[in-house]
Design a binder for this molecule. Structure first.
Ligand code: NAD
Length: 291
């Protein structure tokens, strides 16, 4: 079976990036959301990203045209799924919402569709249990920003078939990604480590160990991470980070209890870049001003 039509559900930070690399790979890609505004922003994002790519000579004019020609948007989830060979959900990390989306997709998808989830933490076995086709369900975990990050983590559920994993790997490779196959554990490899480091950084900030800038700088320059934990948290979204930690706390225990300061930032609506303010202030986009 060949993957030709890809449906990406959720046009947020991740969904728009996944749709971009999918369209660039030559898949006929439809990005679906319940919000017209999100779809418009996703479309603008694709245009701007192609323009930047051309400027930096990462992309030719022809590739950009081809990409934009392959990328479609829709508010109609049901009818889009009817033609999907590969369905990738990237809706918010809420179990009940993922359940609704998986059930809806299965109801309308043809028999051969592969169902992938971009979840950061949720068990693929549990996601598969929301459908009657558990052999065709797996996690396909992309990283932010999707067009730049080279990895896709593939996580197989209890019943995921070898063919499903092979088709997901092949699609990810066409999208220019390297893959790793991970056994089913909460948080897989990357979310588990990243949540732990990010949470520890919030504990340190709360304890007054150092300023946010200096914690980030220490991790970047001393440990050779490409970004500091607060820069990354603001990029990922502090609400997403908190959701992941809550899930890991529930499933893996006390060491993942979210830092109170992180909870406070989320309560205050300081969610990171997407709201203009997280640990850092982005209201003046060129300048990072702490608090
Ligand atoms: P986001 O909040 O930026 O976007 C979610 C989108 O889903 C929004 O556009 C929203 O309108 C849409 N949506 C909500 N309900 C919907 C529905 N019923 N049908 C269709 N669309 C719906 O979220 P995000 O940060 O892109 O995260 C999406 C998923 O990717 C989550 O599972 C998250 O854990 C995972 N993830 C996020 C990151 C990251 O860096 N943000 C990295 C890896 C994985």
């Amino acid at each position: 079976m060949a993957i030709r039509n890809v449906t990406v559900m959720g046009a947020g930070v991740m969904g728009r990036g996944i749709a971009y690399v999918s369209a660039l790979a030559g898949f006929h890609t439809t990005l679906v959301d319940i919000s017209e505004k999100q779809l418009q922003e996703a479309h603008d994002y694709a245009k701007q990203t192609t323009q930047k790519g051309i400027k930096r000579e990462k992309l030719t004019e022809e590739q950009a045209q081809h990409l934009l020609g392959n990328l479609h948007t829709s508010l109609n989830c049901e009818s889009t799924v009817e033609t999907a060979d590969l369905f990738i959900e990237a809706v918010p990390e809420k179990r009940e919402l993922k359940k609704q989306v998986m059930e809806m997709a299965e109801k309308h998808a043809p028999g051969h569709t592969i169902f992938a989830s971009n979840t950061s933490t949720i068990s693929p076995t549990e996601l598969a249990s929301f459908t009657k086709r558990p052999r065709q369900v797996a996690v396909m975990h992309f990283f932010n920003p999707v067009h730049m990050m080279p990895l896709v983590e593939i996580v197989r559920g209890l019943e995921t078939s070898t063919l499903t994993v092979a088709l997901i790997r092949e699609s990810a490779e066409k999208m220019g990604k390297e893959t790793v196959e991970v056994n089913e554990f909460p948080g897989f490899v990357t979310s588990r480590i990243s949540a732990m480091v990010g949470n520890e950084a919030f504990h340190m900030l709360q304890e007054g160990v150092a300023s946010a800038e200096d914690i980030d700088k220490a991790i970047r320059l001393g440990l050779n991470y490409p970004m500091g934990p607060f820069e990354l948290g603001d990029l990922v979204g502090l609400d997403a980070r908190l959701n992941n930690l809550k899930y890991l706390h529930e499933t893996l225990g006390e060491k993942f209890r979210p830092a109170p300061l992180l909870e406070q930032y989320v309560k205050a609506g300081r969610l990171g870049r997407k709201t203009g303010r997280g640990v850092y202030d982005y209201t003046d986009k060129e300048e990072l001003i702490k608090k």
